[in-house]
Design a protein around this ligand. Structure first.
Ligand SMILES: Nc1ncnc2c1ncn2[C@@H]1O[C@H](COP(=O)(O)OP(=O)(O)OP(=O)(O)O)[C@@H](O)[C@H]1O
Ligand SMILES: [Mg+2]
Length: 273
């Protein structure tokens, strides 16, 4: 196992229209570490993640994945090593049926027969997708959350050593979101998770990196960051729900609201007090 499966040095990226999306990024992630990547819309999260399996080749600076520099001649090795779940599942799913889509990656790795079937069933089970029910469905006709789960299954089926997620919980219902968090907690592999779901970041990652206008402005403990609303606000972020609702724990609530909870009073206009 590589000591630092992801290592980025002085990475800059400017899109062809002149938009500078990444500036002097330096980032190293240790084996089995889970790191959250957060930042406002347009801060550069997706652009950074697209470098990690070579969809974008670095313009200046260096990205190392395991022992490989991200360059076109190493893409095959890199893509077997890093599983990237795209922000938009429509960018990921391309085979006609759910089964074929999840099987595509492991088939490319050479799996066939029972071994392939087992891998696909296992990956689907991890995201609570029943192969009997979904296997023959057309991926185009699935709901947003179903597509996201199939996209995650397709990546898990490759058994990658590094998992990179772009907004894994977007579109998931609360139960699927909780199951995903538990699944990611149970996987002993390196994970980098770009997310606007700061409660997910808190549950999953002790370390968080904040991007702001293409630059790393924080790299440290998640708890410390989340308890600094001024810093979050400076970078167009808001405190996670679990930090911003102090009375959601009944024992913390002021006496009045406990009384109201016990004996709700309905006003004449129907508003519950
Ligand atoms: N294909 C493109 N051409 C030009 N500019 C782009 C392109 N894709 C992204 N950008 C710009 O690059 C910057 C970073 O975009 P990116 O998609 O990486 O942000 P993000 O942090 O993932 O945002 P979000 O939270 O909305 O997903 C933004 O200013 C965006 O407008
Ligand atoms: Mg994005």
């Amino acid at each position: 196992m590589h000591h630092n499966p992801i290592s980025i040095q002085n990475l800059n990226y400017t899109y062809p229209d002149g938009t500078q999306a990444l500036r002097e990024i330096n980032l190293s992630i240790k084996a089995t570490e889970r790191v959250a990547l957060i930042g406002a819309n347009g801060s550069g999260k997706s652009t950074l993640l697209l470098h990690l399996n070579g969809i974008i080749i670095p313009q200046s600076g260096q990205v190392m994945i395991g022992e490989w520099t991200v360059r076109s001649e190493h893409l095959r090795n890199i893509r077997n090593f890093v599983g990237l779940v795209f922000q938009n599942p429509d960018d990921q799913l391309f085979m006609p049926t759910v089964w074929e889509d999840v099987a595509f990656g492991p088939m490319n790795l050479g799996l066939r027969g029972q071994e392939l079937t087992d891998r696909v069933v296992q990956a689907m089970a991890a995201v609570d997708i029943d192969p009997e029910w979904y296997g023959h469905r057309n991926t185009d006709n699935l709901s947003g959350g179903e597509k996201k789960r199939i996209a995650i299954a397709g990546v898990l089926a490759m058994n990658p050593q590094v998992l990179v997620f772009d907004e894994p919980s977007a579109q998931l219902d609360p139960r699927s979101r909780r199951q995903l968090i538990e699944l990611l907690q149970s996987l002993p592999i390196t994970q980098l998770v770009a997310t606007h779901d700061l409660d997910l970041a808190l549950d999953l990652c002790t370390r968080t990196v904040v991007l702001s206008q293409g630059q790393v402005v924080y790299d440290g403990q998640t708890e410390r960051l989340m308890s600094d609303p001024t810093f979050l606000l400076q970078h167009a972020l808001e405190s996670p729900l679990s930090y911003s609702r102090p009375y959601c724990q009944l024992e913390d609530a002021p006496l009045n609201s406990v009384l109201f909870l016990d004996t709700p009073v309905v006003k004449a206009d129907g508003i519950l007090l």
